[in-house]
Design a protein around this ligand. Sequence first.
Ligand code: DAU
Length: 412
Amino acid sequence: MAFGSCGELRHTLSCQPISPSCDPGRTLKATCGGVREFVCIYSRCLGIIEKRRARNAKERMTTVLVTGGAGFIGSCLVRQLIAQSDAAVVNVDMLTYAGNLDSLARVADNPRYRFERVDIRDALAIRRVVEQHRPDWIMHLAAESHVDRSIDGPAEFIQTNIVGTYVLLEEARRYFGSLTGAARERFRFHHISTDEVFGSLGENGLFTETTAYAPNSPYAASKASSDHLVRAWGHTYGLPIIITNCSNNYGPFQFPEKLIPLVILNALDGKPLPVYGNGSNVRDWLYVEDHARALREVIARGQLGETYNIGGHNEQRNIEVVHMICDVLDELRPKSKSVPHRSLIRFVTDRPGHDQRYAIDASKIQRELGWQPKETFATGLRKTVQWYLENGAWCERALSGNYRRERLGVKV
Ligand code: DAU
């Protein structure tokens, strides 16, 4: 009997104990919904069962080092790991402009959570963190991620995304070399990347795991470089690596330089909603919680050395996305002076080298790991708008640095 698993506890909760005087935690033979053996959960047994559960969990606790855990996708992953698994999480983040510890407020006091303010390019600091926390898994999300910023200043992207990944790989290799037995078997280096490495699609077709790399922006080129480094460290040094490439994420806690949060916050303030070019560019939107769940599946059960594409099965033209946000706001803020919010839309100069269309074929991860997105765009977008309406303090803090929602990426 898999003692203490959640499924079993849920199951036994619906059972009546055979006798109030049974031994705490004793395995009972009885018929219960087709299951013949179960643990007594008579109230006085529960404490002991919980203690045993905690002890079992501790014995097999996985330690996950997440880089970029104060960012948008990273913080979602950290919150999920703490809330939905028994793992210990070490968050390595330098807290640049888009990193925000407020996004981790609900896990900050959890005994399984640790924060290390470290630059991934600092080899000695990374070595210290790795040796101190001895991770089973490294999940690498730290990156400069905004295309418009990469057009204005590519240097940071080369430094963080390429040099940073190189340093992390070297420290992971050194650490992996020191591991033996089960610890060596367990170790994984999971590199989280983007579909932008594949370039731009025409009207038809989808990015698969075998699509040739053709990055178009400095950002995409820096991520493509980091993917190649990770692959090479796997091939040459035998580092147990896995790579994932995801489509556009959206959801709560996203820094308001990206299309969806920018449009929501501008609309709330009655400011223009900038749509690049004619708004016909297509993105494949993935709710961030679905993405984090996919990452957890991949690191736990994915094939070593493999790449998995993660997408939302949800292609939308930019103008459609902006329309949908405006319509939700009309409904949720009917008294706003900006109703109809669509009146705030402005078509502005296009992004240089703007990729026309991204769309992911996510059939491999669905077939091999059974993952598929749960959120529809309508439900995910509504939740997202609602979250920004209710979290003004987080938005103010996020916007308290240098960024003032000004247009970026046009000074070429
Ligand atoms: O595809 C995955 C990528 O998605 C990630 O790797 C990147 O880190 C992430 O930034 C995102 O890249 P995009 O350039 O697609 O995201 P962004 O939110 O900047 O823009 C989405 C689309 O909306 C894009 O076609 C440009 C357009 N756009 C963007 C902004 C900020 C506008 O029309 N107006 C805007 O103000």
